[in-house]
Design a protein around this ligand. Structure first.
Ligand SMILES: [Fe+2]
Ligand SMILES: [Fe+2]
Length: 138
């Protein structure tokens, strides 16, 4: 990743949950989203975009599993509904991935795809994951 790319999404410390492994995963997800954005706007080869997209999906699954384990270990009362949100996010990112893989090799990806990627990750962290921090009393 070069520094010449515009910052699409940047980590903000106010998003920290206070659980090291969750914060680490979230930072990685932000980096992967930025990497995907960089590949899309610099019109990199379809194969490369596909690779990053798969990396993002795999990492998302890995992170959701980790996060759910941590929540379960703390008897988080909202775990069941949080799991449903995660399933929904995976479904949404698979849909958008199909779209990127279909349209990625053509000249433009719509702003809505970028907006989706940003809000997909950030809204979930800010609106949902931070509730877990509140529950932990951090
Ligand atoms: Fe979550
Ligand atoms: Fe999360």
């Amino acid at each position: 990743m070069t520094n010449t790319l515009p910052a699409f999404i940047t980590w903000d410390d106010s998003w920290c949950i206070g659980v090291a492994e969750i914060d680490h995963d979230h930072k990685q997800l932000v980096k992967l989203t930025q990497k995907l954005f960089g590949a899309l706007i610099s019109s990199q080869a379809g194969e490369h975009i596909k690779e990053i997209m798969h990396e993002l999906i795999d990492y998302t699954r890995h992170h959701f599993n980790n996060e759910e384990k941590v929540m379960a270990a703390h008897d988080y009362p909202e775990l069941a509904s949080h799991k449903i949100l995660h399933q929904d996010l995976i479904r949404q990112v698979l849909d958008v991935s199909d779209r990127i893989l279909t349209e990625g090799e053509s000249e433009q990806i719509g702003d809505d795809v970028f907006e989706f990627l940003k809000s997909w990750l950030v809204s979930h962290i800010i609106n949902e994951d931070l509730r877990f921090r509140d529950f932990l009393g951090k």
